[in-house]
Design a protein around this ligand. Sequence first.
Ligand SMILES: Cc1cc2nc3c(=O)[nH]c(=O)nc-3n(C[C@H](O)[C@H](O)[C@H](O)COP(=O)(O)OP(=O)(O)OC[C@H]3O[C@@H](n4cnc5c(N)ncnc54)[C@H](O)[C@@H]3O)c2cc1C
Length: 390
Amino acid sequence: MNFELSEDIQSLKEGIRDFIDHEVEPYAMEIEEMNEIPERIMEKTKQMGLFALSVPEEYGGLGLSMVGKCAILEEIGRTHNGYTTVIGGHTGIGGVGIVELGTEEQKSKYLPGMASGERIGAFALTEPSAGSHASNLKTTAIKKGDKYILNGSKHYITNAPIADIFTVMAVTDPERGARGITSFIVEKDTPGLVIGKIEQKMGLHGSHSSEVFFEGCEVPVDNVLGMEGEGYINALKILANGRAGMAARNLGSADKLLEMSIDYAHNRIQFGKPIMEQQIIQHYLAEMAVEVEALRSMVYRVATMVDQNKKVIKEAAMVKLLGSETYNRVADKAVQIHGGIGYISEYPIERFYRDARITRIYEGTSEIQKNIIASQIQKEYKKGGVSVGL
Ligand SMILES: Cc1cc2nc3c(=O)[nH]c(=O)nc-3n(C[C@H](O)[C@H](O)[C@H](O)COP(=O)(O)OP(=O)(O)OC[C@H]3O[C@@H](n4cnc5c(N)ncnc54)[C@H](O)[C@@H]3O)c2cc1C
């Protein structure tokens, strides 16, 4: 498989690298301490088109292929992960549903505002009873005339406090289990949609996740996303679509940590010479470099498969798993190479280490990715052979 980026994507990627290095990264500590993305950075991010990654050109977006999108998300992953998550939550799970499943009317109504970043997207699946068991939803949507009345609660919803447009999964037919769930587009000003407590988190400062309550929230039938009863399947598709993108962000973070570690190892003198001259440090760096390159290959391989409309249920779970586990292992070694500085909040390594942790949990835990991979392998075996080739 050829992973060469086109000239257009390469030049866009370089422009984003420059933007991230000069306009975002210098303010990473401000984002961390204020627990907010400053408005001036949000505005510049909109101008750079970073909210438009998934949206087709006819609706004002960049219309990027998955390979193109991953190339940009890799760059964004190199800076503060709270900032990265605001963009990822919008262009990934928060927006992909409307792009992939929306009617022409829904796309024309919502996508231009989402592409410009004037309207932020969020994805509301998880509930107290429905985490990994995501079909165990209690939020109901009862049809009354030309409306559905939503009642229930969601939690941990990324971007909810700043979101304008929510993709919401709710039960329309409790008798049908996972096939009785429908997805809806819900606008933030809809009466009965209430934003609850904003969670205090270990990391991802500047990205806010909160409860979302639906209290007799009336949603027009025109806002059903996809077919009634297919909401759970839609949610799985949206999550699968987002997995290569999430891994690309993790790749960017791991790559940045490797770069910082190489630099530090060359400059930190102990016992009269750079710690880079110690074989154990060289081996740590070698292991990190191998992991980063392996992840890079898999991200672009899976992204290419998505662009070729291939079925990627297993591969999407694999790249999500590899991305988050690689990022965590690389972050751990980066702390070790940096010694005490790696543990001190004044320096960025400690922040990356904390921010890496969530990647093994959200958008499906590592354990759930393994379950998906194993069940796909079993299905392939029963059909007559496990596919592991390119
Ligand atoms: C910061 C943050 C942002 C988030 N953003 C969003 C969002 O935007 N939208 C959204 O809908 N959700 C969001 N989530 C929710 C997130 O996707 C869930 O937290 C995650 O899927 C795990 O669910 P849970 O927390 O209920 O854990 P649980 O499902 O209770 O899992 C607890 C542990 O048990 C393991 N486990 C559970 N079932 C199995 C099994 N069958 N086999 C093996 N192990 C199992 C899990 O892997 C985990 O280790 C977010 C969460 C956080 C923390």
